[in-house]
Structures are given as C-alpha cells and as structure tokens.
Design a binder for this molecule. Structure first.
Ligand code: E4P
Length: 232
C-alpha cells in the first residue's frame, strides 16, 4: 500500500518526504487555496522537483473538456512526474472518460478525481486512468459506506486486472484512514495533520520519558559510584 500526502504546503511535503513515508502528493484547487498557493505553476514545479520521481497530482481548473486537454498538456510539460486530475463528469454531468482516455493514450497520466461510486470506478478503469480518487469522506457525508465502496472497487479492479489504482481521499479522521487501509485501498492520501496524529500516542510519549528518566538516574548513580571508588 502507498501513502500520498494530500497537501500543497511545501514545508510539510518536504518534511514527510525526508522521513521516507510518502510515495506521492495530491492536491486540488481548494487545497492550494487553503495552503496559500496562488501561483499554480511555480508551486507545482517546486513540489514536483522536490519529490521527483514520485507522482504529483494537480487538478484542471476548467469545466470545458477541450480546455481540460489543453491544460493537461500544459501541466504535464512542467515536470515528468505530474499526473493530471480530471473529474469523472463536468458540473453539468457530462462524462469525461473520453478526455481521460485520450490523455492516457497520448502518454499523460491521469487521476480520475471526485469519484463517489463503484460505477464511476469501473468507467474510469475502462478509460485507463492511472489513478482513481475515491472521496471516502464525502461518500460518508452523504450516509454512504465508504469502506465498502473501496473494498468492492479494489476487488473489481484486481479481478479484471485493470491497471488503475484506487486512491482513497477526503480523509476526515485517522479512523477514516484506517478504514480505507483495512478495506484494501491501493493508496491513501493523507492530510499532514493526520500524519502527525498517526505518529503520536500519549503512552508512547510517557514510555520515552520513563526510559530517559531512568537513563539519567543510572548516569547519576555511575557518577556517585565513581566518587566512592576514588575516595576509597
Ligand atoms: C484528494 O485527492 C482530494 O483532493 C481530497 O482528499 C479531497 O478532500 P475533501 O473532500 O476534504 O475536499
């Protein structure tokens, strides 16, 4: 299983990348806005260079299929490790699998984004999307069973040997992350705040403190013993 970081914050990406625990980066226009990224090209080039050769997903910012193709070509020209996020449908409901299929056939890797259902996963896989981002948190927001959608999607992709990988995203808690992991997601994309939560545990801290305190006590006792030996 791979872990992506769901962020456009270069400091967090650099930090978690150096720790060796992330296999790629995902962003979207809302994440960029939240992280103070207004110049998409500069930030994308910087992140892509930092994590190269790991994949960086960035999303098109247009609702027009023709403009998406032009934008995808532009984004892909910025760095070899860029993956272009294309939604499954426009906001009027026009399917975008032709766009995904054309881009993949021209050598541009796609991430079919904002998927909420097994039906969408099946169609994106047929269009040969490299990644399919299933928005688990948003599925759950509507009362859906996100873990079940992830499990069925991964089973279906593997049964029919499709190359597409499921990226479970839209994580709202560490519980969501662990549900996606146990459901068999190929990749989970995690916002930095939950990576910190996953690393931390109150009892781990207490244990570390106990060991350091005992090491210090032992060091003092060695000094005392040395003084007694010297005096004798
Ligand atoms: C991941 O690729 C998505 O962009 C992200 O996880 C979406 O999360 P949201 O539902 O919180 O916007």
């Amino acid at each position: 299983m791979q872990i992506f970081i769901d962020s456009a914050d270069i400091n967090e990406i650099a930090k978690w990348s150096r720790m060796g625990v992330i296999d790629g980066v995902t962003t979207n226009p809302s994440i960029m806005l939240k992280d103070g990224v207004y110049d998409i090209e500069t930030a994308t080039r910087e992140i892509a260079a930092l994590i190269d050769p790991l994949p960086l997903s960035i999303e098109v910012t247009t609702n027009s299929p023709d403009d998406m193709v032009a934008q995808a070509r532009l984004f892909a020209s910025w760095a070899p490790n860029i993956v272009v996020k294309i939604p499954h449908v426009t906001y009027e409901g026009v399917p975008l699998y032709g766009t995904i299929s054309d881009l993949e056939r021209s050598g541009i890797r796609t991430n079919a984004t904002a998927a909420m259902s097994l039906g969408q996963v099946i169609l994106a896989a047929k269009a040969r999307a490299t990644y399919i981002s299933l928005f688990a948190g948003r599925v759950a927001d509507e009362g859906g069973n996100a873990a079940e959608v992830i499990r069925l999607s991964v089973e279906w992709l593997e049964r029919w040997r499709h190359k597409s990988r499921v990226v479970a995203g839209s994580m709202r808690s560490v519980g969501d992350i662990l549900s996606a992991v146990t459901a068999g997601a190929h990749i989970v994309t995690i916002p930095p705040q939950f990576l910190y939560k996953m690393a931390d545990h109150k009892y781990s801290r207490e244990t570390v403190k106990q060991f350091l305190d005992d090491a210090e006590t032992a060091r003092k006792m060695t000094q005392q013993t040395a003084r007694v030996d010297w005096g004798a």
